[in-house]
Write a protein that binds this ligand. Structure first.
Ligand code: E4P
Length: 217
């Protein structure tokens, strides 16, 4: 499973990238807004740090405007993927852009039919939002299982990005469901590598080692 970072925070990205755990980055208008920096400036900086796909989302919603903006965003760096929302206009834009060789990530996917349509239109990535589905009282991870099966059934090449991941459990279940990628908030990464028994184990080993060293003196 590839790990993408779901953030526009450069410090978080550098920290995880230094661990060799950052295979790509996804951003969205809310994450860009949170950083308060210029859109192009922050995306190009991220693209220069991470050697992997960097998703940057269009902020327009008509076909003509989305295609125009996507062509512009795609020029910012070689590893840019343009995020396009799952609408009729979005599907049309994905179809046009894929024929031009511009990679797209179809975002805001909440059903199998939406994912299937995005894949057929030529999206390089599809992003089902599992946390937001759970918020509605439904099972977000189930959508990953279903999409994985459907894409396999028809030999469709889009990669599944499990998005809107909120917990360690989401990540683990998305991995079990065979999601190609999980896009993980920077703050969640830390919770993934820590475990109370690991910390307690280290404390005990330290204590025992200190007592061993003292006895040897
Ligand atoms: C990533 O591509 C999505 O924009 C992101 O995961 C959405 O997460 P949220 O539902 O926590 O805002």
């Amino acid at each position: 499973m590839k790990f993408f970072l779901d953030t526009a925070n450069v410090e978080q990205i550098k920290r995880i990238n230094d661990l060799g755990l950052c295979d790509g980055v996804t951003t969205n208008p809310s994450l860009i807004n949170k950083e308060g920096r210029d859109f192009k400036e922050v995306v190009t900086e991220i693209a220069s740090i991470v050697d992997g796909p960097i998703s940057a989302e269009v902020t327009s919603y008509t076909y003509d405007e989305m295609v125009k903006q996507a062509r512009e965003i795609a020029k910012w760096a070689e590893n840019i993927v343009v995020k396009i929302p799952m609408t009729e206009e979005g599907l049309k834009a994905i179809n046009t852009l894929s024929k031009e060789g511009i990679k797209t990530n179809c975002t805001l996917i909440f059903s199998v039919s939406q994912g299937l349509m995005a894949a057929k239109a030529g999206a390089s990535y599809i992003s089902p939002f599992i946390g937001r589905i759970d918020d509605m009282g439904e099972d977000g991870v189930e959508l990953i299982y279903k999409l994985k099966q459907v894409l396999e059934n028809y030999g469709l090449e889009s990669e599944i990005i499990a998005a809107s991941i909120r917990t360690n459990k989401h990540l683990e279940e998305a991995a079990l469901a065979g999601s190609d990628i999980a896009t993980i908030p920077g703050t969640l990464f830390e919770k993934m590598w820590t475990h109370p028994l690991t910390s307690q184990g280290i404390e005990n080993f330290k204590k025992d080692w200190d007592s061993f060293v003292k006895r040897k003196k």
